[in-house]
Design a protein around this ligand. Structure first.
Ligand code: SF4
Length: 63
């Protein structure tokens, strides 16, 4: 699994960091930061939930 984001689309709502704090954080402007581009399999469910609930569809999960 590989996690990427399009930070130009991020609206800083924070769902990703709340739902999957091991993988996502926010910078000082509230924009998403990916902490782990290739997270462990046990984090997959939370990462997918974060991607599904991101209001601006900023998060892509591949692989
Ligand atoms: S949930 Fe989406 S819009 Fe909100 S901070 Fe995360 S990436 Fe940005």
């Amino acid at each position: 699994m590989r996690v990427t984001t399009d930070r130009d689309r991020c609206v800083g709502s924070g769902q990703c960091a709340m739902l999957s704090p091991e993988v996502f954080d926010q910078d000082d402007d509230g924009l998403v930061l990916v902490l782990q581009e290739r997270p462990a399999a046990e984090l997959l469910e939370d990462v997918h939930r974060a991607a599904d609930l991101c209001p601006s569809r900023t998060i892509q999960v591949t692989g």
